[in-house]
Design a protein around this ligand. Structure first.
Ligand code: PLP
Length: 368
């Protein structure tokens, strides 16, 4: 048996032919940029999230960058995020000219440690970026209380958590802005790059709309220096086709995760825990062990497509060497980077595949 991490054809189901003919029409009509297709998807996604504005952009990275540009965050400002996130969160802070400030994460949930936030705030801090990492909702209530007492904006990085609910509201709609990625690996995936920014703030939405179109307020009237970063019309059609299935897929991911929890119980491993666990949409299923590298080899030898996300924490990435962060500075993030491994998790994953993976993990620990 071969256990894959992705099954793209399964995401189209019986919609592939109708999508292909829709795309064929779009190719002929020539409305490639910010067409009706994009506007339709933006309004459906906003409706799904329960928010006023969802603006399509080129990627999740650009969603973060444009959000900070729209909030006038730049040189001299600091933005706090967590040491175990994907590279893009911190790259976006650097790209807008601000200084990234890191906090460590919690042992149980692998999420931003809100207890460390207050100490990280300085007079230059403008915003906090909690990341709903692996699909698990960040501890937003605690983050909000720190943000409120220091008048900071919250920019949610929801790139891995489309559809997750926290306190009856979708993640990505709790902060001033929420940022989504539609990279093919994500829970809601385009057939290429794509992203979106969610906000209830009309003024901010207007600025983001200008900033994604080279700062144009109207044709040839550029009132700001912006990016050229729009959601592609063809990607909007792909996303429109998939959006109605997102809740079902997230439920199927949760089901696979429950099976893993059952099948792997009593093994000497750690699994993501904590109070928001039942709200996770399991973008990734993480298993923690000090024998990570050996287990990874073992699983790959048995055709199980396990991977590590992310093996080098932010503070030790060469790209950020100029920030002066040191090994040992964020010990939990560092340990997780060397001990976490992702087991395959897909909405369409049959129980037999879950059993196969769990059995291979069990055999590994019996022999080691
Ligand atoms: C994928 C991802 C991003 C960036 O999204 P892209 O669309 O790949 O640019 C940002 N943050 C997190 C946590 C991600 O997983």
């Amino acid at each position: 048996m071969k256990v894959k991490r992705y099954n793209y054809p399964a995401q189209f189901g019986d919609q592939l032919d109708s999508l292909a003919s829709k795309i064929a029409k779009m190719l002929s009509n020539g409305q490639y940029v910010l067409s009706q297709q994009v506007l339709d998807f933006e309004s459906r996604f906003a409706q799904y999230l329960g928010i006023k504005h969802a603006l399509g952009v080129n990627s999740g990275t650009d969603a973060l960058l444009l959000s900070m540009m729209a909030l006038d965050i730049g040189p001299g400002d600091e933005v706090i995020t967590q040491a175990n996130t994907f590279h893009a969160t911190v790259a976006a802070i650097c790209l807008c000219g601000a200084k990234p400030v890191l906090v460590d994460v919690t042992e149980d949930a692998f999420q931003m440690d809100p207890g460390q936030l207050a100490d990280a705030v300085t007079p230059r801090t403008r915003a906090i970026i909690p990341v709903h990492l692996y699909g698990y909702p960040a501890p937003l209530r605690q983050v909000q209380s720190v943000a409120q007492s220091h008048s900071l904006d919250i920019i949610e990085d929801a790139a891995q958590a489309h559809g997750a609910l926290l306190d009856q509201r979708r993640v990505g709609t709790h902060g001033r802005v929420g940022c989504f990625s539609f990279h093919p690996s994500k829970n809601l995936a385009a057939a290429g790059d794509g992203g979106a920014i969610a906000t209830n703030d009309d003024e901010l939405a207007k600025r983001i709309t200008q900033l994604r179109s080279l700062g144009q307020a109207s044709q040839n009237n550029h009132v700001r220096v912006g990016l050229n970063s729009k959601l592609d019309a063809i990607q909007a059609a792909v996303l429109q086709t998939k959006l109605p299935y997102l809740d079902k897929w997230n439920e199927q991911r949760r089901h696979v995760a429950r099976l893993y929890h059952e099948r792997l119980a009593e093994l000497p491993i750690g699994l993501q825990q904590g109070e928001n666990l039942n709200d996770s949409v399991y973008h990734l299923f993480q298993l923690r062990t000090a024998k990570r590298d050996a287990l990874l080899d073992h699983l790959r030898q048995h055709d199980v497509d396990a991977v590590t996300r992310y093996p080098v924490p932010i503070h030790l990435q060469p790209a950020f060497a100029g920030h002066g962060w040191k090994p040992g500075q964020f010990p939990i993030a560092e340990q997780l980077a060397s001990q976490l491994l992702c087991l395959p998790i897909r909405p369409d994953m049959p129980v037999a595949e879950v059993d196969f993976v769990a059995e291979k993990v069990r055999v590994f620990f019996e022999g080691n």
